[in-house]
Write a protein that binds this ligand. Structure first.
Ligand code: 5CA
Length: 438
């Protein structure tokens, strides 16, 4: 992508409404624009990151055996009356009347709708276990939307829903999602710690939140530092095998949100030097809620003995749009964002340090052509800004690799490669840059 042809409305100043670094940097880096309280337009640079995060979530859901579908954002109120949550959900629910005065709502979550879909087709335990998911926009009329995409009103969520014959089966489904979440967040360069949590409006009696440590996080957390060094299951993890050793390993080290924290146990179990009380950002939450929805909504299957029983369910959410902010909270410095390569909007930026100089222009064009031909996502800063402004922009938007092309280096057949994550620099030939990044 040539920057002269892109749409990247970088802000010079820090927007005053931004209270946390991710909100400030997303606005300054031209990644998004607020259209209403808690409602954002995703501009091209931010949208590229959102799609990369979404794709990692999708790949790990698929690896765990979940099946992707897409449910609508609008739902019938009557569906929520069946489960008894229509009134219980309260003012966070955006209620809508259509032209025929039919009562609709903008879905904050989809337990009811997925249960309705399930019960319409599945009647036998032989079709279980089943895990259906989608990646869809949600609306929650938060009292105080704030911190940019961290607590929005319209936000993108992956929500998966599992269906099993009994609790044992449902726990196996729960464990698959637990492992998939460990892998998902690790692939984004995050350490997301699974912690026991309250179940809240979703319900049930078993839930874990996956929390990224960050001072600006809304959740207070208490952990044994050992949890930060536990191994994340590899891509070859056997989802049809026994996952309980992995779950046991990750849940036997103390990690709890403040709502379920047990101070006495923490003191007793965790050596002083290993105790950490800090804050974190909830990037995902998983729930086992048994027959909460299947009983009220009559989602039954005939068991092995032919008798109809309500299925045991669970739901599993990931804050896809929140993750854009969470990753910035975890990966930034004073100059701007430091994207982990897996989610960066572009892998490399070519900075032409002397626009109009034939040798420099030629070298940049050749690098741009060769890297693009090898499938490397490149942003070529071919604007006529001075070098200092180009350095600042590249640091701000957080592209992992910067390729600085100037007349002096070129005279020696070299360009400078800067690694954004640690600031390290290397001089090498353009051909070696292509070999390194392709
Ligand atoms: N207002 C919000 N803005 C941005 N992300 C949010 C917001 N509310 C929740 N999320 C994200 O969405 C994830 C799942 O939301 S949730 O309420 O915990 N779970 C559910 O809704 C279940 N139905 C999971 S399928 C959260 O872990 C969080 O990362």
């Amino acid at each position: 992508m040539r920057l002269s042809r892109f749409f990247l409305p970088i802000l010079k100043e820090n927007p005053k409404e931004a209270e946390i670094v991710s909100h400030r940097l997303m606005l300054r880096a031209g990644m998004m624009r607020q259209e209403a309280a808690g409602i954002y337009a995703w501009l091209p640079l931010g949208f590229r990151v959102l799609k990369k995060i979404e794709q990692i979530v999708r790949e790990e859901q698929d690896r765990a055996g979940a099946l992707e579908l897409l449910m609508p954002t609008l739902q019938l109120a009557d569906l929520w009356r069946e489960s008894g949550r229509y009134d219980a959900y309260g003012p966070e629910m955006l209620r809508i009347l259509d032209r025929h005065k039919r009562e609709l709502l903008y879905g904050p979550t989809n337990e009811e709708m997925i249960t309705e879909i399930f019960r319409s087709y599945i009647k036998s335990y032989k079709n279980l276990p089943l895990n259906l998911y989608h990646i869809q926009w949600k609306f929650r009329d938060e009292q105080r939307p704030r911190f940019g995409v961290m607590r929005g009103r319209e936000f993108l969520m992956k929500d998966a829903y599992s269906f099993d014959l009994d609790e044992a089966g449902a726990r196996r489904s729960y464990n698959k999602m637990f492992v998939a979440y460990l892998r998902t967040f690790a692939r984004m360069g995050l350490k997301a710690i699974p912690m026991r949590a309250e179940t809240g409006p979703i319900g049930g009696d078993l839930s874990h939140e996956f929390i990224v440590l960050a001072e600006t996080g809304e959740s207070g957390v208490y952990i044994n530092r050992d949890v930060l060094d536990l191994p994340v299951p590899g891509a070859d993890v056997d989802y049809d095998g026994d996952l309980t050793p992995i779950i046991k390993q990750w849940t036997s080290v103390y990690a709890a949100t403040e709502d379920v924290h047990e101070a006495a146990r923490f003191e007793q179990e965790v050596p002083e030097a290993k105790r950490l009380n800090t804050r974190g950002i909830e990037v995902g939450q998983i729930f086992y809620f048994g027959t909460k929805y299947s009983e009220t909504m009559k989602a039954m299957v005939a068991g092995p003995d032919g008798v109809d029983v309500p299925i045991h369910g669970g739901s599993y959410g990931v804050g896809v749009s929140r993750l854009v902010g969470a990753i910035i909270e975890a990966c930034h410095d004073d100059a701007g964002i430091k994207w982990p390569e897996a989610v960066a909007p572009f892998r490399a930026a070519i900075l032409n340090l002397k626009q109009g100089d034939a040798a420099v222009d030629g070298a940049c064009e050749q690098l741009y052509r060769e890297l693009s031909a090898k499938g490397v996502d490149v942003l070529y800063d071919d604007t006529d800004q001075r070098a200092g402004a180009k350095f600042a922009a590249a640091d701000l938007i957080g592209i992992p690799w910067q390729i600085l092309v100037g007349p002096k280096g070129l005279a020696d057949g070299k360009v400078e490669v800067k690694r954004r994550s640690d600031g390290s620099r290397d001089n090498m030939s353009p051909a070696d840059v292509v070999a390194k990044l392709a």
